[in-house]
Design a protein around this ligand. Structure first.
Ligand code: ADP
Length: 375
């Protein structure tokens, strides 16, 4: 059997393992925390630090194919493994571009896809010189995720929130919609694309509030979004699964925000809503099978279940009974013992042919389910 490894054992690794059960594959996870969401679902759990060279290298040496569920991994070890012949998807060149927001932005410029105008800053002092570039968004080059590592700088008064580290300062886009396009690339270079996802962002937490798929957008915008996302993925020249996040501005211009070289939160609906889920699809890529069918079975919405403010400690889910009593609603709890404010603890997918029902249920579920600590 093919030995496949995943660096990282969070919810993405967990859902990837759920899809692996149907394939002839022996699964390996490496993660520091032995109680992580994916640890008990793999054949082999290896405790190790995904940012440590030796840990990643030694992990790779026992595998036939390797993927990631988080970008923050030791790329030098991956480079050595790839040079020695290990199949790694996404490949290391693509990962290196994406891991660093400065390289990522330069890449979009080079391949001539539209992305917000930007300048690079290395220190806070450099940032202070850029008043004429505001309003803008400051994004740390390395290590940001889930809105951490992103600061809105509307006026010079916000400069104090900027990063004193390599970063990009990107012109503020007047966003009408945030879309995500999920695309798979096989080892032989075939591509399939899922229908666009409309991501509604919680501005307070800077985190996905809910998403709707397929996005309700004009066909003209959809074609543009697809063309831009496909170009990004093709130019990355790597097999794997990719989520290209796009902004549509108030004039219907498209901008690439960022790309994830892995399964993505915006694609979780595909587990129930599409014939081949993003997780199933990645196994097809990793194991060198034909790609699956990305069509929707029914339109869908996702609500993320995130830790309530003011609650840090043992996680308790309030309202699950009410949600599980609803039709065509699917609950995913990630198995994280500890909750903290804004932490992704699970998600709920809703299926319906009625767009209004999707929104109605999404709002109901947002109010019903609370991730709290036991009182
Ligand atoms: P992360 O990778 O941490 O999720 P993003 O780069 O996706 O960070 O930014 C998080 C959010 O910040 C986006 O979803 C969007 O709402 C907002 N944002 C990012 N860049 C811009 C921009 N240039 N103009 C306006 N809003 C932005």
């Amino acid at each position: 059997m093919i030995k496949a490894g995943i660096l990282g054992g969070g919810q993405l690794g967990r859902m990837l393992l759920q899809a692996a059960i149907n394939y002839p594959v022996e699964t390996f996870i490496m993660e520091n925390d032995a109680t992580c969401p994916a640890s008990h679902l793999c054949h082999h759990f290896i405790k190790g630090n995904i940012t440590n060279f030796d840990d990643v290298y030694n992990f790779g040496k026992i595998l036939d194919v390797l993927t990631i569920e988080i970008e923050n991994v030791n790329e030098d070890a991956l480079q050595k493994l790839e040079d020695e012949g290990l199949k790694i998807f996404p490949n290391v060149a693509a990962l290196k571009i994406i891991k660093n927001k400065i390289l990522q932005k330069e890449f979009y410029k080079k391949i001539e896809v539209p992305s917000g105008e930007f300048v690079t800053t290395n220190t806070k002092v450099e940032l202070l010189q850029l008043a004429s570039f505001l309003p803008a968004v400051h994004k740390i080059a390395k290590g940001g995720y889930d809105g951490k590592g992103v600061q809105i700088i509307k006026t010079t008064a916000d400069f104090e929130n900027g990063f004193d580290a390599p970063a990009v300062l990107e012109k503020m886009v007047d966003i009408k919609k945030e879309l995500s396009m999920i695309i798979a690339v096989s080892q032989t270079g075939e591509t399939v694309i899922y229908e666009p996802v409309d991501m509604v962002v919680d501005q307070r937490l800077n985190l996905l509030s809910y998403q709707i798929s397929p996005a309700v957008i004009q066909e003209r915008i959809m074609w543009k979004a697809e063309a831009v996302a496909l170009k990004v993925v093709k130019e990355l020249k790597s097999a794997g699964i990719f989520a290209v996040e796009l902004f549509v501005d108030i004039n219907d211009n498209i901008f690439v925000n960022e790309t994830a070289p892995r399964v993505h939160n915006s694609g979780h609906h595909s587990i129930e809503a599409c014939y081949s889920s993003q997780f199933d699809m990645l196994w097809r890529v990793l194991l060198n099978y034909p790609l699956g069918n990305t069509d929707h079975i029914l339109p869908s919405a996702i609500v993320n279940l995130v830790g309530e403010h003011g609650h840090t400690g043992d996680a308790h889910f309030e309202g699950l009974n009410e949600v599980l009593a609803m039709d065509n609603v699917f609950v995913h709890i990630y198995g994280k013992k500890q909750t903290k404010p804004g932490r992704k603890m699970g998600h709920v997918t809703i299926l319906s042919s009625e767009p209004r029902e999707l929104l109605h249920k999404a709002n109901q579920i947002k109010h019903l389910v609370k991730v709290i600590t036991r009182l």
